[in-house]
Unconditional design. Sequence first.
Length: 259
Amino acid sequence: MDHDQYLDVIAVETAQLVRVAVTAPAAAEVPSCPTWRAADLLWHVAEVQYFWARIAGGVEDPDHVPDLARPGDAALLPQLLEEQTLALLHALRRRDPDEWCWSWADEGQSVGWVARRQAHEALIHRVDAELVAGAQVADVTPALAADGVDELVRVFLDGVPDWGAFSADGRSARLVADDTGDAWSLRFGRFAGTSPYSGVAYDEDTVAVVADIPAAEVTVTGPAWDLDRWLWGRADAAALAIDGDTALAQRLRDIAQIE
């Protein structure tokens, strides 16, 4: 997908998020994020888009982005989110996708990376809005969904910082999007290390993306949109075929537990 397509996703998916979320009571629990209420969902996306609009707009140090004030009246949140979406799109349109900007991911320090990340952020939280409102979850194109799977496994799951290490434990999995032909091979292991910035020590279950594992211990196959939502915890595995060790499929799902 190209830069303009990601901007279209941000605009369309966030607008749909607002349209659906306002039909739910502000205090309704978001099933996919049980610590959130509908108002929290709107606030979260507004706050995230506010932050990245400033980063994509040229603020080089994230500590220099002032906090966004949350309105005391939940009825003001839809308008706040709409304003932040416009600001984010403006910032992303006025710069080349290859231009440098800050990112928490070492390999993602570009305006284009921000556009892709925010497209999938809006998409998954649109699903949250549909879930909290009890609305039917709308489909997306297989290409966008497959890109979502790729972004999740490569940006959030794969890779460790230079102060940490990945130790494979010999277990493996494979994801297959049968409507696009895309596939991802993963090795399980542990990420360990102590951050020199925070002093926090990590020892976590994780996966690494590898070139190919033809005989993976578990293969999870299905349409890309079902894979994407399953990995994000926004759908169960009913539409997926799990061939092999089902405990490894659940282990992968647990590793990908992200709000």
